[in-house]
Design a protein around this ligand. Structure first.
Ligand SMILES: *[C@@H]1O[C@H](CO)[C@@H](O)[C@H](O)[C@H]1NC(C)=O
Ligand SMILES: *[C@@H]1O[C@H](CO)[C@@H](O)[C@H](O)[C@H]1NC(C)=O
Ligand SMILES: *[C@@H]1O[C@H](CO)[C@@H](O)[C@H](O)[C@H]1NC(C)=O
Ligand SMILES: *[C@@H]1O[C@H](CO)[C@@H](O)[C@H](O)[C@H]1NC(C)=O
Ligand SMILES: *[C@@H]1O[C@H](CO)[C@@H](O)[C@H](O)[C@H]1NC(C)=O
Ligand SMILES: *[C@@H]1O[C@H](CO)[C@@H](O)[C@H](O)[C@H]1NC(C)=O
Ligand SMILES: *[C@@H]1O[C@H](CO)[C@@H](O)[C@H](O)[C@H]1NC(C)=O
Ligand SMILES: *[C@@H]1O[C@H](CO)[C@@H](O)[C@H](O)[C@H]1NC(C)=O
Ligand SMILES: *[C@@H]1O[C@H](CO)[C@@H](O)[C@H](O)[C@H]1NC(C)=O
Length: 813
């Protein structure tokens, strides 16, 4: 019998082998009385795998191994005596079960070449080859006492595990062959580490050669290609109690394997029945950046750059000469010493400036990170890191949590897509310098925001010191200062008894009317639908909080009214109606030239940033859309309806909402499908809004032109390099760079995965051109739950305001 296993076209190395002798017999198991001779093979019951003696072409050595039985080219998946070959002429060698119950490979002189070496058991053992490729020694009393799957060579089959057990110290990894014709253990091995989160490594000897990045419970974060092309077939299971970490590929298909070649490259191969060939399903990246630590400590590798290595901002090459000659292994050092390190005992004093954090995005996170438990969000992670001088960097990864680094940051890589945010500690002065430009650009805005933030913060603090039953008193004080408590009669009078002629619109939370107060002042009156189960006191408390949210890009709440079932909000009246009355009106859209549109986009971004970050309580809008953007007489945008979703929720829990409140077309996939919302769901809505403003088209308006929606149309143009074609034809051509940047930001905001989207502070910087823009991922437009293990089935009781039906909630005339 002759097996031909030849070089495969897809770069994976196969070995030429031939069974050393014509195997005339087929066996189904090995027993103490029935050994396996070179003239026989052992086959699995389904004829999938075969075990026997083989010789590699061009070699005089004979081995015992396992291969796929009927595939040509086949693949040797396991070798027993890789370290001690038999001579190929030895025809009286045999694989037998000894009197101690162990499998033994004996040469012609009856000396043991290889043995399973488990302590001997009963007088009855049996060796069987299974259809999984597992060769098992069974004992009559003790069951399976040895498995070839526990003794891997260079190939990982489905359901086989490699990894470590820190309790027993047992480490299982794939070890490459020395060469294509020599199964002797080579210098490369691959396996997973026991750290949390675990990582997979390929080592050259004991030196790390390639690193997968951390396992985020679904994928290795440093292997973006594996995420896309391979999906969830790979699994890492970590059991802290048992002290085990195991990697495996879980497939129903047995004709799949992972393999480390003698040259150290890792591939996953799959047999294609149609093509009758092994196809590469996944291959580890092969570029220089994929080699561990190419750019040295504090160096960042980006294979699209030339040179590929650069230092992290705030760092300089350790040796300029070496660095410039392309030897980056010594890496970079700090340009300016950390203040934290200088003198810890005075670090609390105010005249020592605190260190800052420099955020990098789309990164392969460095090696040797530590997981910090009990930190719930990015802010917590930052403050943890800030408060410990030995913490050099942190990253908050949604599927893992808070990670920190206190050793040199090594093996950093910047990806063109995917990757994580990493914040690196730098000396204050340097960070200030880096952010200088951005600061000047938006100084006035920030000053404004700061003023309100401080004001609101003080108020919040002050309020926090008060006890709960001081609410009434507070309410009065607040009333007298900003909020008016209107009587129901005065509202009836102002709106002409809620007459249909004074109705401005109908929204998800109730109807909006135009009103004229006794003093002649025009107001917008929102009569909330009585579905809210809130009590009067809760309602008042919420109103007061909403009224504290003050920003030039938010609609101002003037007062409220509550009588019996009635809950009414009174807002400032804005003369220019809502944005959709301009944007989607063929007669009026020309009034919005690019300058105005850009001002509107920036205004909305700042208003949203204020809601997310700068107010004393974080507020997620949850129903951002064109009709919720109102325009004042100078066409300044003002966001309306903020805080209402929260109020309707009547709960403090900001995730996993029970009711889905929002507008189709603006809802992020994770929100629409799973009811999971976060700031990043608002970012998604903002992205849709931005693209609508640039294009003058509704997100849902492109069905008949063969596109799913505006997003797919925008993506198509973008990927064809024709982004500017998205621009509303009603606008005169101007500032093409600014428009392109806006579209770019819009596409970043509408990416499917919430974690890929920028946050609003990034968006504000990106819009002002002060931040580099990563490449957006194609939105798939399928409503997929973001993370299966966290998604919540959509609830029945959704309140949805469908884009085509609803109008503005607060609208002027
Ligand atoms: C295989 O070889 C062994 C030992 O050389 C011999 O005893 C046995 O009869 C052979 N079996 C077959 C089927 O040729
Ligand atoms: C084995 O190698 C020799 C040269 O070393 C070559 O001529 C022969 O074709 C090879 N056999 C097979 C089966 O590939
Ligand atoms: C068998 O195991 C024993 C102890 O478990 C060890 O000392 C011995 O070297 C092993 N022999 C072989 C051939 O691996
Ligand atoms: C195994 O040994 C026990 C006694 O130690 C004996 O009773 C039994 O019959 C033996 N079984 C076989 C299959 O030889
Ligand atoms: C692996 O390590 C050996 C010895 O340290 C070295 O000679 C060889 O170049 C390394 N191989 C690669 C691919 O880095
Ligand atoms: C991997 O690297 C080798 C040598 O550097 C090259 O020949 C090969 O084409 C590369 N493979 C891929 C998939 O890039
Ligand atoms: C690069 O620099 C390191 C450290 O200085 C040195 O050991 C190594 O030999 C250099 N490599 C090359 C290719 O010059
Ligand atoms: C740190 O500051 C304290 C108090 O100012 C001073 O006594 C100490 O010498 C300083 N240490 C260093 C290393 O500068
Ligand atoms: C700071 O972090 C290091 C490393 O994790 C740890 O050993 C040390 O105890 C921490 N120091 C403080 C004050 O928490």
């Amino acid at each position: 019998m002759r097996l031909m296993i030849s070089w495969c076209s897809c770069l994976v190395i196969f070995c030429l082998l031939q069974a050393s002798h014509k195997a005339s017999g087929v066996a189904y198991n090995i027993t103490p009385s029935e050994p396996l001779f070179p003239n026989q093979t052992l086959v699995s019951s389904g004829n999938i795998f075969e075990l026997g003696f083989f010789t590699l072409n061009g070699s005089e050595n004979q081995y015992v191994g396992i291969w796929y039985k009927n595939l040509r080219p086949s693949k040797i998946v396991w070798v027993a005596n890789r370290e001690r070959p038999l001579v190929y002429t030895d025809r009286s060698a045999k694989l037998t079960i000894g009197s101690d119950g162990n499998l033994k490979l004996m040469d012609g002189q009856e000396s043991i070449v290889w043995s399973t070496n488990v302590s001997g058991r009963s007088n009855y053992t049996l060796a069987v080859l299974f259809d999984s490729g597992n060769f098992v020694l069974k004992d009559g009393n003790y069951g399976e006492i040895w498995r070839s799957f526990d003794d891997p060579t260079d190939t990982l089959l489905p359901t086989m595990k490699i990894g470590v057990n820190v309790r027993t110290g047992v480490k299982k990894s794939l070890i490459s062959w020395r060469s294509d014709s020599d199964p002797f253990p080579g210098s490369f091995s691959t396996g997973v580490t026991s750290e949390t989160p675990p990582q997979a490594f390929t080592w050259n000897g004991s030196t790390p050669y390639r690193r997968s990045g951390q396992w985020d419970k679904a994928k290795f974060m440093g292997l973006p290609t594996m995420d896309q092309s391979y999906g969830s077939g790979c699994t890492v299971e970590q059991d802290a109690q048992q002290g085990t970490t195991y990697f495996s590929i879980n497939r129903y298909d047995v004709f799949v394997y992972m393999f480390i070649s003698p040259g150290g490259s890792l591939t996953i191969m799959r047999w294609d029945d149609g093509a009758k060939a092994w196809l590469t399903e996944w291959a580890a990246a092969n570029d220089t950046c994929a080699i561990y630590g190419t750019c040295g400590p504090f160096g960042v590798c980006n294979s699209l750059n030339s040179p590929i290595c650069r230092c992290i901002d705030g760092f300089v090459p350790k040796s300029n000469e070496e660095w410039n000659s392309g030897n980056w292994t010594r890496g970079c050092v700090r340009e300016m010493e950390l203040n934290c390190k200088k003198n810890t005992s005075t670090s609390t004093s105010t005249n020592i400036k605190e260190d800052a954090f420099w955020q990098m995005s789309q990164m392969k996170l460095p090696d040797s990170g530590d997981y910090v438990s009990d930190v719930e969000d990015e802010e917590g992670c930052e403050s943890w890191c800030r408060s410990n001088c030995s913490c050099l960097a942190y990253s908050y990864v949604s599927n893992i949590g808070c990670m920190v680094w206190n050793k040199d940051l090594i093996d950093l890589q910047e990806f063109p897509r995917a990757g994580e945010d990493l914040s690196v500690r730098v000396a204050h002065v340097k960070a200030g310098g880096l952010r200088h430009k951005a600061v000047i650009i938006s100084l006035s805005t920030i000053a404004g925001i700061m003023f309100f933030a401080v004001y609101v913060f003080v108020l919040c603090k002050w309020r926090a010191n008060k006890t709960g039953n001081a609410w009434q008193e507070q309410l009065k004080q607040d009333d007298s200062r900003e909020l008016t408590l209107y009587s129901f009669d005065s509202i009836l009078l102002a709106t002409n008894k809620f007459s249909t002629t004074s109705k401005l619109g109908q929204g998800g939370f109730g109807s909006v009317y135009k009103g004229k107060l006794k003093d002649g002042k025009e107001v917008a009156v929102k009569r909330l639908s009585s579905t809210s189960a809130q009590g009067v006191e809760e309602f008042k408390n919420e109103i007061i909080l909403i009224s504290k949210l003050q920003h030039r890009n938010l609609v101002k709440l003037m007062g409220y009214c509550t009588e019996g079932e009635e809950k009414i909000l009174v807002y400032e009246y804005l003369s220019n109606k809502s944005l959709d009355t301009f944007l989607f009106d063929s007669g009026k859209k020309a009034e919005l030239d690019w300058g105005k549109r850009f001002q509107i986009i920036q205004g909305i971004a700042r208003g949203l940033l204020y809601l997310h970050r700068d107010s004393c309580r974080r507020v997620i809008h949850r129903d951002l859309k064109v009709s919720n953007i109102l325009l004042d007489e100078k066409m300044n945008p003002k966001i309306s309806d903020f805080g209402l979703a929260r109020m309707f929720e009547g709960t403090q829990v900001l995730v996993n909402t029970r009711k889905i409140v929002g507008t189709l077309g603006y809802m992020s996939p994770e929100y629409a499908m799973g009811g999971i919302f976060s700031e990043r769901s608002d970012v998604y809505s903002f992205g849709v809004l931005l693209l609508e403003i640039v294009s003058g088209k509704k997100n849902t308006s492109l069905y008949d032109q063969g596109y799913m929606n505006l997003l797919s149309y925008a993506w198509q143009l973008w990927s064809d390099g024709k982004a500017l074609d998205l621009m509303d034809v009603a606008m005169a051509v101007s500032s093409p760079l600014e428009i392109t940047r806006c579209i770019h930001v819009g596409l970043l905001c509408v990416q499917d995965h919430a974690t890929d989207r920028p946050n609003m502070s990034n968006v504000v910087l990106m819009l002002s051109g002060e931040s580099d823009l990563p490449q957006p991922r194609q939105p798939m437009f399928t409503f997929q739950a973001e993370r299966p293990n966290r998604s919540i089935p959509p609830q029945q009781e959704s309140i949805r305001s469908v884009n085509t039906i609803t109008n503005t909630l607060v609208e002027g005339r």
